[in-house]
Ligand binder design. Structure first.
Ligand code: GDP
Ligand code: MG
Length: 163
C-alpha cells in the first residue's frame, strides 16, 4: 500500500514543484464535485524505497461559484482527510503570512499527521523565514528546496516514520 501524501499550503510556495519532483506516473484525476475537480491532482511517486500516492492541491484554474478561500479550504480539507500524512509547505524566504496561518488552522482541526516543510531553503535566504515557520505550531520545519532537490534525504527520514 502506498503512503498517501497530501501536499497543502497557500499558492506559490512550491507545492506543485515538490509534487513533480516526487511523482512518477500521473493518475487520472479523481472527480468528486463539479467545479472543484481540477483543484486536486494525483500521482504515484516514490521517495527512496517508499511508494507514495501524491495529492497536489490548488489549481484555481476554473471559475466556480465559491470564493477562492472557500474552495481552498474545501480542497485542502478533502485532501487531508484522504491522506496518511499532510505535507504543509511554506515559503522559507517570505516567512509566515496570514494565509499560512489559515492553513495551519485547517490542519489543526484534522487528525492527519502534519509534516511542516520550509521550501525554497537553498542558500542562506531561507533561514529567517524557516525559523518563523516554527510559530505555526507543527514543530521544527524541514528545510527543503523542491526546485534544487535539496533536503530530500531528510524528507525521506521523516516520511519513513509514517510507513
Ligand atoms: P504552488 O503554487 O505552491 O504549487 O507553487 P509552484 O510549485 O507552482 O512554485 C511557485 C514558484 O516557486 C515557481 O516559480 C517555482 O519555480 C518556485 N519554486 C518552487 N520550489 C522552489 C525552491 O525550492 N526554491 C526556489 N527558489 N523557488 C522555488
Ligand atoms: Mg501548484
Amino acid at each position: 500500500m502506498p503512503l498517501k501524501i497530501a501536499i497543502v499550503g497557500r499558492p506559490n510556495v512550491g507545492k506543485s514543484t515538490l509534487f513533480n519532483r516526487l511523482a512518477g506516473k500521473k493518475l487520472a484525476i479523481v472527480d468528486d464535485q463539479p467545479g472543484v475537480t481540477r483543484d486536486r491532482r494525483y500521482a504515484t511517486g516514490r521517495i527512496g524505497d517508499i511508494d507514495l500516492e501524491l495529492i497536489d492541491t490548488a489549481g484555481f484554474e476554473d471559475l466556480a461559484d465559491l470564493s477562492l478561500e472557500a474552495r481552498m479550504r474545501l480542497q485542502t480539507e478533502k485532501a487531508i482527510e484522504e491522506a496518511d500524512v499532510a505535507f504543509f509547505v511554506v515559503d522559507s524566504r517570505e516567512g509566515v503570512t496570514p494565509l499560512d496561518r489559515i492553513f495551519a488552522q485547517i490542519l489543526r482541526m484534522k487528525d492527519t499527521p502534519v509534516l511542516l516543510i520550509a521550501n525554497k531553503a537553498e542558500g542562506k535566504a531561507g533561514m529567517s523565514g524557516a525559523a518563523e515557520a516554527y510559530q505555526l505550531g507543527f514543530g521544527e520545519p524541514l528545510h527543503l528546496s523542491a526546485e534544487h532537490g535539496e533536503g530530500i534525504g531528510e524528507l525521506y527520514d521523516e516520511v519513513e516514520k509514517f510507513r
